[in-house]
Design a protein around this ligand. Structure first.
Ligand code: CUA
Length: 318
């Protein structure tokens, strides 16, 4: 996979930037406290040795060490209040309302892949995709998060903090990405044996490029035109594939596994498990458990020619 590493230290939108600013504030204050406490400890140790007497251990309240204790308690309380205020201010800043024209994308967690739906008031404009989240840059996007099985958590470290995907409940979060590019997201809540292989590629396009992508994604792919891809489609429809997968424009309309309508254009296979290539796809179809043990896709032993045709057909779906 070519996406840059996930990091919270390189924010590409206002939410991650706010979280990083809070992190820096906490770090600076904590470092200052650590230095002060260490200096006070060293001072006390050396002073005690130098003085060697008990004369100042019993000074009256309001003098000597008592004054220092009162001052330190007051300072500690003040620091905690400053940290609390910074935390509350960041929480408020992250809690964006969404305007009426905010784009809404549904993200549904499955063991172990992501179902993505670009919602539109006109049903024919709905787009269904998997394991890749495309967004336009420079505008807030509302994500409606849900789960079909257990609790997952969406974490795009360069973009925002984590939000859980909970069965029977819709959580929302608003993200904005200002820098075009490819970012990696990861499920951040242990959700079973393949939790680690539940990644999501997030692709931020400049607005006009995004509109072109969305318009293309709304088109139903044309029927296969070459003999090999035509044969591949027959193999797909006759095998057990349509019981779990969707390919727009065909009889395959199930949502047990990821939609394959644009599988040929996807960067990765198996929810970020490996790069997408004909060889990887063939290996995945034949032995998904060898690559992602525990995955819900069954192994498919096919004659070589059928497998090649199926891979050619799926690769043509862009
Ligand atoms: Cu889904 Cu961890």
């Amino acid at each position: 996979m070519t996406a840059p590493p996930q990091t919270t230290l390189d924010p590409v939108g206002p939410q991650a930037a706010r979280i990083l600013a809070l992190d820096r504030t906490y770090l600076a204050i904590m470092v200052a406290v650590f230095v002060l406490v260490t200096a006070a400890l060293a001072h006390a140790l050396f002073r005690h040795r130098a003085a060697g007497s008990a004369s100042d251990r019993f000074s009256p309240i309001g003098q000597g060490p008592h004054r220092a204790i009162i001052a330190a308690t007051a300072l500690t309380t003040l620091i905690l209040l400053v940290l609390l205020a910074a935390s509350v201010a960041t929480g408020k800043a992250l809690n964006w309302g969404s305007a009426a024209d905010t784009m809404v994308i549904s993200v549904r967690g499955h063991m172990w892949w992501w179902q993505i739906e670009y919602l539109d008031p006109i049903p024919s404009k709905h787009v269904q995709d998997s394991n890749e989240l495309h967004v336009p840059t420079g505008r807030p996007i509302k994500l409606e998060l849900s789960s079909s099985d257990v609790i997952h958590s969406l974490w795009i470290p360069n973009v925002h903090g984590k939000t859980d995907l909970i069965p029977g409940h819709i959580n929302t979060t608003v993200i904005q990405i200002d820098k075009p590019g490819e970012y990696r997201a990861q499920c951040a809540e242990f959700c079973g044996v393949e939790h680690a292989k539940m990644a999501l590629v997030v692709i931020a396009h400049p607005p006009n490029e995004f509109d072109a992508w969305l318009n293309k994604a709304r088109q139903i792919p044309p029927p296969p035109s070459e003999p090999v891809t035509q044969r591949g489609q027959q193999v797909f429809l006759r095998a057990s594939c349509p019981l779990c997968h969707t390919i727009a424009g065909t009889g395959a309309q199930a949502n047990v596994g990821p939609s394959l309508t644009s599988i040929g254009a996807r960067k990765t296979l198996g929810a970020g498990t490996m790069g997408n290539s004909p060889g990887a796809l063939a290996g995945w179809i034949v032995d998904p458990h060898g690559i992602k043990p525990g995955v819900n896709m069954p192994s498919n032993v096919l004659p070589g020619d059928d497998l090649n045709a199926l891979v050619a057909y799926l690769g043509s779906l862009k």
